[in-house]
Design a protein around this ligand. Structure first.
Ligand SMILES: [Zn+2]
Length: 272
């Protein structure tokens, strides 16, 4: 009898109410995104993954979802997030990332001198701090706009060999575009860091809210100031080839809960 009641209850509930954002963003692989459905409670659930706060939004005004960035170094298999202190399990699948071999004329960009290594370390610390910010604002949009009008070139996650030596995998997505092409904010946000870095060249960080952060690299010109509020589509700067670049292009990182994830997911261009 109780079973029948339960069965009737299940039939009365709507079919797993999963919205468009969940379906588009849920790519639970290393370097991808896991979307967890968290019910329709009155207040936002507090979600943490690997000790870091996680973006939560109410989808279609009904269901709370957590949007978790999965680092490229994630191991496929069982994973868990903490939702209001309770463990919630989910699965991480696997993904094969290709190799890319790049030849650089400037050997210093392959094996930097001790002085440059010091500089690189300092710059890395500065950028890591920017990725760890978690501002309370809700992102204006989660399906992001392409920041540059141009074709995609190097994808996220490529295992890269510079002059035959393996270095960090590609942490972002490249757009092929001429020098001077405008770069526009893919969602509203606040300019949280501007730098001129050894590898990334002229760089702008935009904090879209709740740990969703964009980084734009190799700019020829920066058109914003630190702390500036940008509307969706606001001008960030111009495409260039500053830093470690073989030619003009725009490198875009997207970070969630301090994990660099594949930006292609957010513009509907993800390839499994
Ligand atoms: Zn790149």
């Amino acid at each position: 009898m109780r079973l029948l009641a339960l069965l009737l209850l299940c039939l009365a509930l709507p079919v797993h109410a999963e919205g468009f954002i969940s379906r588009l963003l849920h790519k639970p692989v290393p370097g991808g995104v896991a979307v967890l459905q968290l019910g329709s409670g009155a207040s936002a659930p507090q979600v943490r993954f690997q000790g870091k706060p996680v973006l939560t939004v109410k989808e279609d005004g009904r269901q709370w979802i957590a949007i978790i960035g999965l680092p490229l170094t994630s191991q496929p298999g069982a994973a868990q997030a903490l939702v209001d202190g309770q463990a919630v399990a989910f699965q991480i699948g696997s993904k094969h990332y290709r190799e890319q071999r790049i030849t650089l004329k400037n050997q210093e960009q392959v094996n930097p001198s001790p002085a440059n290594l010091q500089r690189i370390e300092r710059e890395l610390a500065e950028q890591t701090l920017a990725y760890q910010q978690f501002s309370p604002r809700q992102p204006s949009n989660l399906l992001l706009d392409k920041p540059v009008d141009g074709p995609l070139s190097s994808p996220f996650g490529l295992r890269r060999f510079f002059n035959g030596e393996e270095r960090n995998p590609h942490s972002g997505l490249d757009f092929a575009a001429r020098a001077g092409t405008p770069i526009k904010a893919p969602a509203a946000g606040k300019v949280s860091l501007i730098g001129d870095y050894f590898f990334n060249g002229k760089t702008v960080f935009v904090d879209h809210g709740q740990g969703l952060i964009s980084m734009f690299c190799h700019l020829s010109k920066v058109d914003v100031q630190l702390g500036q509020e940008l509307p969706r589509g606001g001008l960030v700067g111009k495409v260039g080839s500053t830093g470690r670049a073989t030619g003009p292009h725009m490198h875009w990182n997207v970070s969630l809960n301090d994990a660099r994830v594949d930006p292609a997911i957010f513009i509907g261009a993800f390839k499994p």
